[in-house]
Design a protein around this ligand. Structure first.
Ligand code: CDP
Ligand code: CDP
Length: 261
């Protein structure tokens, strides 16, 4: 094997991807890469510069911002077994971890993520972190071969997003597609916003559910790498599962595929 063991986790908003992916990474001693954070950083960068993402005249400016953005993720796994790992996100060396989670960024991110040149830049950046084997990525992008250096010495990585199994890590060793009822997802997201003391906690469930459904629709119907379950992904409905249960299923399957159990 010339690359780390790859776990790809995709699914609609608030289906549990990032929580599950962090805990799976912690249990397996793997890296964690949040690809949504990259699209959020590009969106934040545009909004900060007064470039309106909903105006189609700005597409090439936003594409340029995506290509120039220097994005770094630092995940802390914490010693205590029950503590959720936390990821800090840096845009051009500035900590933007909370700035990228505001409702204004959430509102515009799907439009930004639908711009093909933006996706190309982000995919190139995250593949470099994931050390996708050179052959498969070189076929799709001429520039990947020079950037496929592993970012760390961990034995594997867990990457979450919308198109990881279908287009970013097409040869991932384990692909998971998480789904959950949209009302359940809205309740979970709102609870999370309240816990984080976010201003958006004042929204009601209906507003949050509408935002999720609007984003899902946009993510599913866009022309370039839409949200879709990969043919070889395991689908897991988390509506009636606990976090521990969904993490267990994935960890066991990863260990099995590594020949460890
Ligand atoms: O946390 P939440 O599920 O709400 O969103 P996220 O994972 O942070 O992703 C934000 C947005 O980025 C999504 O709504 C997608 O439009 C886009 N995205 C994408 O297109 N492809 C990915 N691999 C990850 C995110
Ligand atoms: O990354 P994504 O947007 O798919 O979802 P998330 O931010 O990981 O999950 C949204 C919320 O659902 C988090 O606060 C989780 O703690 C919660 N949750 C879950 O992920 N799975 C369950 N079975 C129950 C709650």
């Amino acid at each position: 094997r010339t690359r780390p063991f790859q776990v790809a986790i995709d699914g609609p908003s608030a289906s549990g991807k990032s929580t599950t992916a962090r805990l799976v990474a912690k249990r397996l001693g793997f890296d964690y890469i949040d690809t949504g954070a990259f699209y959020r950083c590009v969106t934040l960068s545009a909004l900060q510069k007064g470039v309106d993402p909903s105006d189609s005249k700005n597409i090439s400016r936003i594409a340029a911002l995506a290509s120039d953005a220097k994005i770094d993720l630092k995940t802390e796994f914490h010693a205590s077994a029950s503590t959720l790992p936390t990821t800090r996100v840096f845009l051009d060396s500035k900590d933007v971890s909370s700035d990228i989670r505001t409702s204004n960024v959430s509102k515009h991110v799907s439009v930004v993520a639908a711009i093909p040149a933006v996706r190309q830049s982000v995919v190139q950046k995250v593949r470099a972190l994931g050390a996708e084997d050179i052959d498969s990525s070189a076929k799709e992008s001429k520039q990947t071969a020079t950037t496929s250096a592993p970012s760390s010495s961990r034995a594997g990585l867990v990457m979450d997003g919308r198109d990881i199994g279908t287009s970013v890590l097409t040869h991932a060793d384990l692909k998971v597609f998480l789904v959950a009822d949209s009302h359940v997802r809205a309740v979970r997201r709102l609870e999370e916003l309240r816990k984080n003391g976010s201003q958006d906690a004042l929204l009601d469930v209906k507003q949050v559910q509408e935002d999720l459904e609007r984003r899902d629709e946009s993510d599913r119907t866009r022309a370039v790498s839409p949200l879709r379950k990969a043919d070889d992904a395991i689908e897991l409905d988390t509506s009636n599962l606990t976090i521990e249960e969904q993490v267990d299923v994935i960890v066991k399957e990863a260990l099995r595929r590594q020949g460890k159990i």
